[in-house]
Design a protein around this ligand. Structure first.
Ligand code: SF4
Length: 383
C-alpha cells in the first residue's frame, strides 16, 4: 500500500486529571463513571463506522490514542477499545499502535498490559526536564517521574518511545532549554517532538499574561531555541524529518505521516477530526452531546466538508511541506490549478520554497514562515 492511501484510526480520549495552564484542547476532568459511559459510547461509534464501510477493506496501518490523557482510562478499558478497533477494521501485521501517556498516569503493570494488548509505541508528554518550568505552566509530574517511567517502559518491552518537549516556556532560557534537551537525550528515546509554546485563547496562561503576571513568549528567543534543538539533536543522531519532529533512523511516526502525505484517517471520540476521500469531518466537542448521539445510534459528526479538488490539492501541499524532505507536486495535484501553480512559483522566487525535480519543500527560511506560506497558498485559490 502506498503512503498516499495508507489509513489510520485516531481515538480521542477526552479526559485529564487536571488542566495544564497552556492547554486549550477539548477535555473533561476524569471521573470513573464518565469514563465508563464514554467507553460504551466509543465502542458504539466504532461499530457504526465498521458497518458503514467508511474506511474501505484494507486493514489499518496505524492506530493512535490521543487526548487528553488516554492513560486516565484503565488498561482494561484501553485493551477493550484496541481489540474492538482491530476486530472492526483489521490491523496490518506491521502496524504502528501509539498511546499518549502522562508519566504519572502509568505503572509497571499497566505498561506491561498495554504492550501485551498490542501497543507498539508510547508517547510521553515530558514537556521540560526542569521542575520550575513545569510548575510555572501548571504541568503535573516531575523530571524524575519521566526518567523513571522510561526505564519501566523499556522493561515492559517498548522499543519505540517518543518524548514531547516544549520551548518558550515562561522563564525558560537558552541554557535551561539546552539542559532539558541533553537530559532527554540521555534517556535515549527513539523519537522527540519539540513544540513552541503557543498562547491559546481562554487558557489560564493567556489570562496570566494579560494580567502581567507572566511574560509573553519572545518569538526571537523561540526561534533561537528551535535552532538550538536542531543542532543538539542532530549532533546526538536524531534527524529532523518534520517541522517539530526528530527521530532515530527508521522511527518516524507513521501515524503522523498519514496526515502529511494525504493518507486517510478516521477520528473517533469527542472533537476528533477525520479526512477520508477528500472529505473532512469532525465530531462534536462535547461529551454529553457525543454520548447522546451514540445512545440513539447516530454518528456524533458536527461538521463535514467535501473539499473541492483545488482545496484538496492545496491542503495536501501545505501538509506535505511540513516534511523536511518535502512532497511530490504531482502527488498533490497542485500544478493542475493555475492559481496554485503561480503561487508556488512566487514562493520559489521568494526563497521560501525550493524545488528539486518534482519534489518541493520549504527552505530553511521558509520553515520559519511555514504558517505564512500556508496562508499564501490558501488565499491564492480565493483571490
Ligand atoms: S495533559 Fe495534555 S491534554 Fe491534558 S491538560 Fe495537559 S496539555 Fe492538555
Amino acid at each position: 500500500m502506498s503512503l498516499a492511501t495508507a489509513q489510520g484510526l485516531y481515538i480521542h480520549i477526552p479526559f485529564c486529571h487536571q488542566r495544564c495552564h497552556f492547554c486549550a484542547f477539548y477535555l473533561e476532568i476524569h471521573h470513573a463513571r464518565a469514563a465508563d459511559e464514554f467507553v460504551t459510547a466509543l465502542l458504539t461509534e466504532l461499530r457504526l463506522y465498521g458497518e458503514s464501510g467508511v474506511l474501505g477493506p484494507a486493514p489499518l496501518d496505524s492506530i493512535y490514542f490521543g487526548g487528553g490523557t488516554p492513560t486516565t482510562l484503565t488498561s482494561e478499558q484501553l485493551t477493550t477499545i484496541l481489540a474492538t478497533s482491530k476486530q472492526t477494521f483489521g490491523l496490518a501485521p506491521d502496524a504502528e499502535v501509539t498511546i499518549e501517556a502522562h508519566p504519572g498516569s502509568v505503572s509497571r503493570d499497566s505498561l506491561a498490559q498495554l504492550r501485551q494488548a498490542g501497543c507498539t509505541r508510547l508517547s510521553f508528554g515530558a514537556e521540560s526536564m526542569d521542575q520550575t518550568e513545569l510548575d510555572r505552566v501548571g504541568r503535573p509530574g516531575t523530571p524524575a517521574s519521566t526518567i523513571h517511567i522510561i526505564a519501566v517502559a523499556r522493561e515492559a518491552g517498548f522499543t519505540n518511545i517518543n518524548l514531547d518537549l516544549m520551548y518558550g516556556l515562561p522563564g525558560q532560557t537558552l541554557e535551561s532549554w539546552a539542559t532539558s534537551l541533553r537530559r532527554t537525550i540521555e534517556l535515549a528515546p527513539e523519537h522527540l517532538s519539540c513544540y513552541a509554546l503557543t498562547i491559546e485563547e481562554g487558557t489560564h496562561l493567556k489570562s496570566a499574561i494579560q494580567r502581567g503576571l507572566v511574560p509573553a513568549p519572545d518569538e526571537d528567543r523561540q526561534n533561537r531555541m528551535e535552532d538550538l534543538a536542531e543542532d543538539i539533536l542532530n549532533g546526538a543522531g536524531y534527524a529532523r524529518y518534520e517541522i517539530s519532529n526528530y527521530c532515530r533512523p527508521g522511527f518516524a511516526s507513521r501515524h503522523n505521516r498519514l496526515h502529511w502525505t494525504g493518507g486517510h484517517y478516521l477520528g473517533v471520540g469527542p472533537s476528533a477530526q477525520s479526512y477520508i476521500g477528500g472529505r473532512r469531518f469532525g465530531n462534536v466537542s462535547d461529551l454529553t452531546a457525543y454520548k447522546a448521539a451514540l445512545r440513539n445510534a447516530r454518528l456524533p459528526v458536527a461538521e463535514s466538508d467535501q473539499l473541492t479538488q483545488a482545496d484538496d490539492s492545496c491542503e495536501r501541499l501545505i501538509f506535505g511541506l511540513r516534511l523536511v524532505d518535502g512532497i511530490s507536486l504531482k502527488q498533490t495535484g497542485a500544478l493542475l490549478f493555475p492559481e496554485l501553480s503561480r503561487e508556488v512559483d512566487k514562493l520559489l522566487a521568494d526563497d521560501l520554497l525550493e524545488r528539486q525535480g518534482d519534489l518541493v519543500r520549504l527552505t530553511t527560511r521558509g520553515r520559519r514562515y511555514a504558517d505564512t506560506v500556508a496562508v499564501s497558498l490558501m488565499t491564492s485559490l480565493n483571490a
